[in-house]
Write a protein that binds this ligand. Structure first.
Ligand code: AMP
Ligand code: MG
Length: 318
């Protein structure tokens, strides 16, 4: 059923049963696939598979790890992953399916790769309205992490041709279902705050969270968190972290890479995509380890290694 892709070629298939079946098979195999939503085209991968999520970053050539929005089929699926208070429930009830993303506490037992949330204990969730993304969610039965399907630094794609122009040769498949409706990324809400303005306005949101005794919804100064790495709540280990370590002192937990074995390793084979997939788990693990400091072996700053190094520098500077 799955037609293998010639490495380096991107196929475009018109939305339909065959396209969804092929996309679902690719996602089950850990590949990212471009799919339209009502906002922009997304690059979707299995949010429970860290290697698949790392491939999103590799394909986009993103220089840092921003937490990704996870798309699910319905409110029940969202509530299996995140913890919803009354306001979040009211917003979900009114605006889902639709271009609203809710940031809520992540359930500790949710099966979500740490790379999706960049190690945070909150998660951004959305139930999309577009038939192609809904069909893909049904066919995979998985939560799908999906940032916009464009190379880092270029504008968000609203047509399949934009995706091909930006990511052609880097992803196996684009599902083409014409131009997207909103053409603007989803509104992101956390509690009573709009983190990113979007198709659903502050006025819309206020009606559903302005319960008794609540202050008004505020837009964050600066208009949100869209620039990579600007998230103030980025996960950082609680211990000092030393970079470019080739060996460890007695009080250091060494996170290895390639030939440098360490107490743990990002990738024994020196594979940067595997290293990205393991990064946040390795940092959490090191934080919990019985040593007072953390050391990390050098990771080459190429491809997805640039994002890994960006993240490690931030973790070292506290
Ligand atoms: P994108 O998926 O590229 O449309 O963008 C994802 C946006 O959601 C970024 O601006 C992130 O900063 C934001 N985001 C995702 N997860 C969280 C979270 N747990 N807390 C706050 N913001 C988040
Ligand atoms: Mg984007």
């Amino acid at each position: 059923m799955l037609v293998p892709n010639t490495p380096g070629t991107t196929r475009t298939l018109r939305y339909g049963t065959a396209a969804i079946a092929e996309a679902a098979a690719l996602i089950a195999a850990g590949e990212p696939v471009a799919v339209p939503t009502e906002t922009v085209y997304g690059l979707a991968a299995d949010a429970t598979n860290p290697h698949a999520v790392a491939r999103i970053y590799a394909a986009k050539d993103r220089p840092s790890f921003n937490p990704l929005i996870v798309h699910v089929r319905d409110v029940a699926a969202a509530e299996r992953i995140g913890m919803f208070d009354a306001d979040a429930r009211a917003l979900a009830g009114r605006f889902w399916p639709g271009p609203l993303t809710l940031v809520v506490p992540l359930k500790p037992d949710a099966e979500i790769a740490a790379l999706v949330t960049a190690g945070l204990d909150t998660i951004a969730l959305r139930v999309p309205r577009h038939r192609a993304m809904q069909a893909l969610l049904d066919a995979t039965g998985k939560p799908l992490a999906a940032p916009s399907a464009n190379a880092s630094g270029s504008i968000s794609p609203t047509r399949a041709a934009h995706v091909v122009a930006s990511l052609g040769g880097r992803i196996p498949l684009v599902i083409d279902d014409g131009a997207t409706e909103a053409g603007l990324e989803s509104t992101i809400v956390k509690g009573c705050t709009i983190l990113r303005p979007g198709p659903i306005t502050a006025i819309d949101v206020r009606q559903y969270v302005a319960g008794e005794g609540r202050g008004p919804v505020s837009n964050r100064p600066g208009g949100g968190l869209e620039s990579p790495g600007q998230l103030p709540s980025h996960y950082a280990p609680s211990k000092p972290l030393r970079l470019h370590a080739t060996d460890a002192a007695d009080d250091e937990w060494l996170i290895g890479f390639g030939a440098i074995a360490g107490d743990d390793t990002l990738s024994a084979t020196g594979d940067p995509v595997e290293a990205a997939a393991r990064l946040f788990d390795a940092l959490h693990h090191a934080d919990a380890a019985p040593r007072s400091r953390i050391a990390v072996a050098p990771v080459p700053a190429e491809g997805i290694g640039i994002a890994i190094n960006d993240r490690l520098r931030r973790a070292a500077h506290r």
